[in-house]
Write a protein that binds this ligand. Structure first.
Ligand code: ADP
Ligand code: 5SP
Length: 471
């Protein structure tokens, strides 16, 4: 893409309404410099009344959004916000990490004719996370709520609708829509037949806005851009190009890349999403990432800095200890009912240091499998960028090149999802063909991964996983 530059002096804001937190950045649209930041927490549950997201946004935004010319929301993907014909939610939103719809996903796979039919139709094979599975769950388990549903929105769609005023038409974008399971990224259209299959009837769906469209205004006059899913926004915030693979260690672990054509992985490992610019964003997502580290730190009665110290003091391979970190069930591999388990305990290896390192290595092994899966789908891997809260961990940064088997580039820690949303807002405000040119983020590249040690860590992880789960 050839980037363009917006007018001097305009301020734009990006919102990252993620699983755990609402983060806001205000950015100078011309230079791309972040001038203000704020955040507020979300509830720690897998079903959430969306008004909590609005309250977190208003709490974080108070005073911070003054003078902003345009705003966009990037949200956690897939969440089902079911709304009645008065605009009220019929029940709390079911989030991407809520696994109760795993059975519905399995049923839908069989009913459409198998995983390959799904991959061809919508680029993804249903798992509990996808909106389409949640729709089926709602129809089956809460028929009275289901009967009241007029439309289903994603978290970023719902927040954007609140911003533009609920009299406005609800909108989404192709990036976030591609995570529903009823939108074809290849054909860029909804599959109403799949909504009918999942829900038993059709429902109104938000209009899919163009990548740089302004979809409305705040009462203050601030323009509102289309917004997108959080991973799509991170790609935009990083200025990711073909060959860049992003590994994000947030609440979820994601491995994704900008790609020039739609992918359809019938194994279901890679989800063939669209990006926020008109290209594609094949992505692998694990359900357990940064919170594996926080949970392990709590278990070891230390904090994240203490966990780092312990993990860095242990040898690669954690003395043979392997943590399968499926603490909240898992999405990749698709083991929604799984729990975490620690293997290889021997008296001499049973140290806090090895347990801490096994948490880091187990979490990274899932992401390394994701990187392999992207390669198998033909994604070019020239550079691996490590972002997300977990990238602030010294132990994660140190182990990543060995476990992932490639040098790892770490951008200056920052809120790249929110910055990506702000960049989309600047793009829509400028009305240009391409997003504004913002400076390439400063990065540090960590070389020196140990190939043999990496093979050993991944080998012991794969062997334990296959002994426990058979694959
Ligand atoms: N230094 C650190 N070491 C390990 N984990 C960290 C560190 N700093 C933040 N985190 C974790 O990162 C997570 C938040 O990451 P983030 O990418 O913002 O996630 P999300 O977008 O899902 O909110 C939290 O679980 C937090 O505990
Ligand atoms: O489900 C996915 C991607 O398919 C997750 O990546 C969610 O989008 C949640 O993101 P975070 O809160 O971890 O940023």
């Amino acid at each position: 893409m050839t980037p363009e530059t917006p007018a001097e002096g305009a301020l734009v804001a990006g919102i990252d309404s993620s699983t755990q937190t609402c983060k806001i950045v205000v950015v100078d649209a011309a230079s791309g410099q972040v001038v203000r930041e704020a955040r507020a927490p979300h509830p720690d549950t897998t079903e959430v009344d969306p008004t909590h997201w609005w309250q977190a946004y208003t709490a974080a935004g108070a005073g911070v959004l003054d003078g902003v010319h345009a705003i966009a929301v990037a949200g956690q993907q897939h969440g089902m916000v079911a709304v009645d014909d008065s605009g009220d939610t019929v029940r709390p939103a079911l989030l991407w990490n809520d696994t109760r719809s795993a059975g519905a996903a399995a049923d839908l796979i069989a009913e459409l004719g198998g995983p390959d039919e799904w991959a061809r139709a919508v680029g993804s094979v249903p798992v509990a996370s996808l909106t389409v599975s949640k729709l089926r769950w709602l129809a089956e388990h809460e028929p009275r709520n289901a009967a009241r549903v007029a439309t289903v929105l994603l978290p970023h769609d719902w927040l954007t609708w609140q911003l533009t005023g609920m009299g406005a038409e609800p909108t989404t974008d192709q990036g976030d829509a591609s995570g529903t399971g009823y939108f074809s990224p290849a054909q860029r259209r909804y599959r109403d037949d799949i909504v009918g299959l999942a829900f038993g009837r059709n429902i109104a769906l938000p209009r899919v806005a163009e990548p740089a469209e302004l979809v409305g205004h705040l009462p203050s006059g601030t323009a509102v851009a289309a917004g997108t899913g959080d991973n799509m926004a991170a790609a935009l915030g990083l200025g990711a190009e073909i060959g860049d693979v992003v590994v994000s260690v947030g609440t979820s672990g994601t491995v994704f890349a900008v790609h020039d054509h739609a992918l359809a992985d019938e194994t279901g490992t890679v989800a063939g999403f669209a990006d926020a610019t008109g290209r594609f964003l094949p992505l692998v997502c694990t359900l357990n990432a940064a919170r594996v580290l926080t949970a392990t730190a709590t278990m070891l009665d230390t904090d994240l800095a203490g966990l780092d110290r312990l993990a860095l003091a242990a040898p690669s391979g954690s003395g043979g200890l392997v943590l399968l970190p499926y603490l909240d069930g898992e999405r990749t591999p698709n083991l929604p009912e799984a729990a975490g388990s620690l293997h290889g305990l021997r008296r001499d290896a049973m140290t806090q240091e090895n347990v801490a390192r096994a948490a880091v290595e187990g979490m990274l092994c899932g992401l390394a499998d994701g990187l392999d899966a992207l390669r198998e789908q033909g994604v070019t891997v020239r550079r691996v960028l490590l972002i997300g809260g977990g990238a602030r961990s010294a132990a994660v940064r140190a182990a990543a090149p060995t476990v992932l088997g490639v040098p790892v580039t770490v951008p200056t820690p920052g809120e790249y999802v929110a910055v990506g949303a702000a960049r989309q807002a600047a793009w829509a405000l400028a009305g240009t063909e391409q997003p504004p040119e913002w400076p390439v983020t400063a990065t540090t590249t960590i070389e020196g991964g140990d190939e043999a040690a990496g093979r050993a860590v991944r080998g012991q992880y794969a062997s334990v996983r296959s002994r426990v789960y058979g694959s």
